[in-house]
Write a protein that binds this ligand. Structure first.
Ligand SMILES: C[S@@+](CC[C@H](N)C(=O)[O-])C[C@H]1O[C@@H](n2cnc3c(N)ncnc32)[C@H](O)[C@@H]1O
Length: 424
């Protein structure tokens, strides 16, 4: 007598044609009949495919609904935690943050900008810049797993906030050898960027902070990235190399992977814990695993003229001025002539003066020691000082984008291998 065991695997993959999104469901049955001696006797594979077709309008509605839900969730979380803080651990008057209340007009402005970025996100899908699946790529399992920990972490965090303790780390956390500007409890995070617990909570905290728009903001680098890579149209897709500086938990790399399934991706970050988290996320994605390297953006461990494009998301506001210049200089060094460097970071005073109150409030509430200087720093000048040309700026919701080209004529006579280690 044989026994039968059945394994069922399924996948739900959205695919778009001109006006519909098809959710392609694949169900595979592996049927193995085991003999009495438990040796494999027969294996049958049946492969069925279903196509669920959703008109674009429904897909868009689904996206807007999920985003709206995330937005309400972020607002409620912030309102409840602020109330609780005032009741459970009221700050002494002298240390209490004093953010300026936002006017109704300003709140409406922020809401309008949020709707606009979601519309742009959708438009980029419509234009075929990236697949609709990216819009629905939410780390729900992490959310359910770690959301309680966000609350459990609060009492300790409130104590640090009230006592203005901004550089506090558990005894086991290794801070030696890291730049002093980095050894901070950025956003009041327990252990800053230097523990696995912090890495587990980070994406959730950023989603709450931005009411669910962190990925839509990250995705605004994708269209200019794709456009910039056209300069290398003769290079096979698998030989295109892209580096994300300060890749953190890997969400930007995951979005890039969604748009460019074959490209060789690299990420560098100072935090081993965040790289471990990035590795967890990215190793679930089919295709070549991005190469993740622990290192300082100010001294990139790569050869010059190595990458077709370099990106950096939400790093620059956390750097002191000279470090900002050093990272830009390094990006210039490692990107190929004709390649593109794209920065995504907070809006600045010059591009969004109407949101100056929100920018002034941010470092008042969160520990962001370099943010104030960042908001008036001339990043275009820094980029051109480094040698970049054709610097374009864009603003979406609460973030700005600088898209810069390394001129072709910057190509050296002979390749130099003076700095960095080869990754090939
Ligand atoms: C606000 S997080 C942004 C992470 C990620 N890019 C994202 O989109 O969420 C800042 C990241 O920059 C990293 N970082 C800060 N200074 C760095 C430096 N000098 N070199 C490399 N990484 C750095 C931190 O470890 C952290 O992962």
């Amino acid at each position: 007598m044989g026994r039968t065991s059945t394994v069922l695997a399924s996948a739900l993959t959205p695919r778009r044609t001109s006006s519909i999104t098809s959710f392609y469901c694949k169900i595979v049955y592996f049927t193995a009949i085991l003999t009495d001696k438990n040796s494999l006797h027969l294996l049958i594979v049946v492969d069925c495919c279903f196509i669920i077709t959703m008109p674009d309008t429904l897909t868009k509605l689904a996206y807007q609904t999920v985003q709206q839900g995330k937005s309400y969730f972020g607002l409620v979380h912030k309102a409840v935690s602020t109330q609780l803080l005032n009741i459970v651990a009221p700050a002494p008057a002298e240390t209490k943050p004093k953010p300026t209340p936002l006017s109704l007009e300003l709140i409406q402005n922020i809401q309008r900008r949020m709707n606009e970025i979601l519309e742009t996100d959708w438009q980029d899908v419509e234009k075929g810049v990236y697949p609709a699946s990216l819009l629905f790529d939410n780390p729900w399992d992490d959310f359910f797993r770690y959301y309680p920990a966000v609350w459990f972490d609060m009492p300790e965090m409130w104590q640090r906030v009230n006592q203005k303790r901004y550089q506090e780390f558990d005894p086991g956390v290794e801070t030696q050898g890291l730049p002093s500007y980095y050894v901070q409890n950025f956003h009041h995070q327990t252990n800053g960027y230097l523990s696995d617990e912090s890495a587990n909570l980070y994406d959730l905290q950023v989603e709450i902070l931005f009411n669910g728009t962190a990925d839509p903001m990250r995705r605004r680098i994708l269209a200019p990235l794709k456009a910039g890579l056209k300069a290398f149209g003769d290079v096979p897709a698998s030989q295109i190399k892209i580096l994300d500086v300060a890749c953190g938990t890997g969400r930007t790399l995951k979005n890039i992977r969604g748009m460019l399934p074959k490209a060789s991706l690299y990420g560098v970050d100072l935090s081993a814990a965040y790289l471990r988290k990035a590795n967890q996320l990215l190793s679930q994605v089919p295709g070549t695993l991005p190469q993740l390297v622990q290192g300082n953006g100010e001294e990139l461990p790569f050869l010059e003229n190595y990458f077709h494009a370099v990106t950096s998301v939400f790093l620059f506001h956390e750097l002191p001025p000279q470090a900002r210049q050093n990272v830009i200089d390094e990006a210039f060094r490692v990107v190929k002539p004709g390649g593109t460097f794209i920065i995504c970071d907070s809006i600045q005073m010059a591009d969004s003066p109407e949101l100056s109150i929100a920018m002034e409030n941010f470092p008042e509430i969160f520990h962001e020691p370099y943010y104030r200087h960042y908001t008036t720093d001339d990043l275009t000048k820094r980029l051109t000082d480094a040698g970049f040309t054709e610097v374009f700026e864009q603003v979406h919701f609460m973030s700005k984008y600088l898209i810069a080209k390394k001129p072709i004529e910057a190509r050296p006579e002979a390749p130099s291998f003076a700095t960095g280690i080869a990754i090939d």
